[in-house]
Design a protein around this ligand. Structure first.
Ligand code: 13P
Ligand code: SF4
Length: 334
């Protein structure tokens, strides 16, 4: 079966909510992509929030920190990044001789868009003696103006590792607040950004799900609001959630407060456990539209046509690389 080439996608006119491919198309595209990866000397890196069939064709699936580390190590000449734009940019910055392809250039991130280089410059000018810690969910320009980057997997370690006591944390205020609680010896000033997918989750919704599943363990991403985080038994990055389940061997049901794509990886590892998205309604609210903008047709077309290449100007890349490499060098328990 031949699957037609990808038409020009207008995400505003026709948002992609996930895969609309049937099982036969998925099987054929999966085979085609496997052959193309060899032919084009390409590897596919995918975030835990991608649709399951895209995760399945990837050579590596992980959280933002793992994907940055993997991107640095890729020996192949091409990286097809199945995630959002800032992640592909980081891959290019960390491994600049590789061709980095993002199958859909519209896959952005509204948290990353909440801070620009200009607004960070203005903010820094108001706090001249603060170190700037920037969550990787940000543009390369913003990273380049930062002292160091962090992800949700290492944010507390990064802040703890800095010699400065005063920290500007950007752009996620929920992650900033969580980090401040973990590193009370620092003074953390938070930027006013948030992830709409996590910030929309209310404690009352989680409470209803918990009421219906009183023995369930709650695992939350630190991009969630404070009242949600306080209800959680574990607060961690997406990949760390996979390990967290092991710490509750007698639990059968887990309430997961993050984007629903992670359930694919959780189910692969723990097929006998039950995972319920914390809003009580899979795909209703804890759904990142940007992470669902890539499907297998786009991955195939990216490999065939070499599209869409992500590049970062050399001066910006040098600054962003410094901030990212400083982050990767921080030991996790610093
Ligand atoms: P992780 O780094 O935990 O995978 O999170 C990425 C992200 O975009 C969360 O919204
Ligand atoms: Fe950005 Fe939130 Fe989507 Fe992550 S889940 S890519 S932070 S909008």
């Amino acid at each position: 079966m031949t699957v037609p080439a990808q038409p020009m996608h207008d995400p505003v006119a026709a948002p992609l909510a996930g895969s609309e491919l049937d099982p036969a198309q998925i099987r054929d595209l999966t085979q085609e992509i496997a052959a193309l990866k060899k032919e084009k000397d390409a590897v596919i890196l995918a975030h835990n929030y991608q649709v399951p069939e895209v995760q399945s064709v990837a050579d590596f699936v992980g959280d933002s920190l793992q994907l940055s580390i993997q991107a640095q190590r890729v020996p192949a000449s091409t990286i097809v990044f199945c995630g959002v734009h800032f992640m592909a940019e980081s891959a290019k910055v960390l491994n600049p001789t590789k061709k980095v392809l993002l199958p859909n250039l519209s896959a952005g991130c509204s948290l990353a868009d909440s801070i620009t280089a200009e607004s960070l410059e203005d903010w820094k000018a108001r706090y001249p003696d603060h170190a700037v810690v920037t969550y990787v969910n940000s543009s390369a320009e913003v990273k380049a103006l930062s002292d160091i980057c962090c992800t949700s997997a290492n944010a507390a370690s990064v802040v703890r590792s800095l010699p400065q006591k005063k920290i500007l944390f950007t752009p996620d205020k929920n992650l900033a607040r969580w980090v401040a609680s973990k590193v009370p010896e620092k003074e953390v000033v938070a930027y006013d950004g948030c992830c709409p997918v996590h910030d929309v989750l209310r404690a009352s919704s989680v409470g209803r799900v918990k009421h219906d599943n009183p023995r369930a363990v709650i695992i939350a991403h630190p991009e969630c609001r404070e009242d949600v985080v306080k209800m959680a038994d574990e607060v961690c990055s997406t990949t760390a959630m996979l390990g967290a389940v092991k710490r509750f061997p007698s639990a059968h049901t887990f309430i997961v407060a993050t984007e629903h794509g992670i359930v694919h990886q959780l189910k692969l590892r723990y097929p006998d456990k039950e995972f319920i998205i914390a809003d009580g309604c899979i795909g209703c609210r804890m759904h990142c539209p940007y992470m669902k903008m890539i499907d297998l047709v786009m991955v195939r077309d990216a490999l065939v046509r070499g599209k869409h290449e992500v590049d970062v100007p050399a001066d910006v890349a040098a600054g962003a690389r410094r901030a990212l490499e400083r982050m990767i060098a921080v030991p996790r328990d610093a």
